[in-house]
Design a protein around this ligand. Structure first.
Ligand SMILES: [Zn+2]
Length: 80
């Protein structure tokens, strides 16, 4: 809970401005409220990075089809 010294009261993080100021304009230090938001954003980005994009799977599918075709050609060459 961010505490404003000048107003002598607590504020919820949503009541404070983006810079961490109370509605009266005093600066309220809220260092333990901000990193939580940044961490959740970082986790969201992490999830985005680990999830493969659709064109990656398109490439994998194309490679699988190509290698399958080459395998069929190889088997045909062996049989002949
Ligand atoms: Zn204040």
């Amino acid at each position: 809970m961010p505490w404003c010294e000048d107003c002598s009261r607590f504020y919820t993080p949503s009541t404070l401005s983006a810079d961490g100021d109370c509605p009266e304009g005093h600066h309220v230090a809220a260092p333990d409220e901000r990193p939580a938001v940044q961490q959740s954003l970082a986790e969201g980005r992490e999830e985005e990075r680990t999830k493969a994009p659709w064109h990656f799977w398109l490439l994998v599918a194309a490679l699988a089809i190509y290698l399958g075709w080459r395998l069929i050609q190889g088997v045909e060459w062996l049989i002949r």
